[in-house]
Design a protein around this ligand. Structure first.
Ligand SMILES: [Zn+2]
Ligand SMILES: [Zn+2]
Length: 344
């Protein structure tokens, strides 16, 4: 089969790889029908996240089940399925408490040895461990481009909003309108937040946020702090989401949030990050962090995608063939695409 492999920083290649084979009773093999290129893939492409040369990348996928082990009960060969970017065992201390994203035995697709040596999904076929946990059948009427978001980007937007404890009528701010930020905007609007203040410096992203029902605020041409004050009788928003993963974004989220509010850092952090802890403390903020519990949310997210409450279709800017992966990564790296969907 063909697979997109990491070679060196700035270089991916389509290579021949052996077809995957079932290894455990609860494994499945899928034919990949569509697979996304994600911001996390770009960290690998840049060499910031280090993986072995030749490793197959990719972790957003929809496909068709080809084979399933005897222990797989929730999906069967022929089923059209989508999956989550990471696996969970379902039985460890953390899984038993619903924290599937912190499973002791978790593996992430396409992230090399450090995250469980699980080959990625930018390939013609993929091995899916713990298929009962990792895969879901796609509801009728939900297209590949939409289902692709359930187990990663929209699941992450959902997680950010769930962590923010937003209730109908609460105000919210989302800092950073990449795919995850824009999905968080959609979920916050669907959750009844009003207003949802969406902050970025790219006009097209602000326009998308507006079309999703948010109030767009330009990071530098407008004044986010004044905009938030004006919309909240000077208090600050009930919850703010940092969808960037940069100290400046987190600092802004902290400043935009009202006393006793919630700040969610859903953007990726890998290094020490200096924020004004005195401000967090004096405002009695709740600060939550970590990547999304996509397995915990995927059924609800699929339900909202099926009903049309959430619709990531406008985020898909490019459809390309798997063989065009090198071009797709270069394009994404130049920030000329929002979401690229590759078809094997
Ligand atoms: Zn991703
Ligand atoms: Zn577990």
């Amino acid at each position: 089969m063909r697979a997109v492999t990491f070679q060196a920083p700035g270089e991916v290649r389509v290579e021949e790889r052996p077809d995957p084979e079932l290894q455990a009773q609860d494994d499945a093999i899928i034919r990949v029908d569509a697979t996304g290129v994600c911001g996390s893939d770009l960290h690998i492409y840049h060499g910031r996240v280090q993986i072995e040369p030749g490793f197959t990348i990719g972790h957003e996928f929809v496909g068709t089940v080809l084979e399933a082990g005897d222990g797989v009960t929730r999906v069967a060969p022929g089923d059209r399925v989508c999956g989550t970017f990471q696996t969970a065992c379902g039985t460890c201390f953390f899984c038993m408490r619903g924290a599937f994203h912190k499973c002791d035995d978790s593996r992430t697709f396409g992230h090399g040895k450090v995250l469980g040596s699980l080959q990625g999904t930018q390939a013609e076929r993929a091995l899916i461990p713990h298929a009962n946990m990792t895969l879901r059948t796609i509801p009728d009427g939900v297209g590949d481009d939409v289902a692709l978001f359930a187990g990663d980007v929209m699941g992450t937007g959902y997680h950010a909003v769930e962590q923010s404890e937003i209730k109908p009528g609460d105000s919210a701010a989302v800092v950073g309108l990449g795919p995850v930020g824009l999905c968080a905007v959609q979920v916050a609007v669907a959750a009844g937040a009003a207003p949802v203040i969406a902050i970025d410096s790219v006009p097209q992203r602000l326009e998308l946020a507006r079309s999703f029902g948010a109030f767009p605020v330009h990071l530098t041409e407008d004044n986010p702090r004044e905009a938030v004050k004006g919309a909240t009788e000077g208090r600050g928003v009930d919850a703010a989401i940092d969808a960037v993963g940069h100290p400046d974004a987190l600092d802004l989220a902290i400043r935009l949030t009202r006393k006793a509010g919630v700040v969610v850092a859903i953007g990726v952090y890998a290094e020490p990050c200096q924020v004004h802890m005195g401000l967090v403390w004096i405002k009695a903020l709740t600060l939550r962090s970590g990547h999304a519990n996509v397995i915990g949310h995927v059924d609800r997210v699929l339900g909202m995608l099926a009903s049309g409450k959430l619709d990531p279709t406008p985020l898909v800017t490019h459809h390309m063939g798997l063989d065009d992966a090198a071009e797709a990564y270069a394009l994404y790296d130049r920030r000329e695409a929002m979401k690229i969907v590759l078809s094997p």
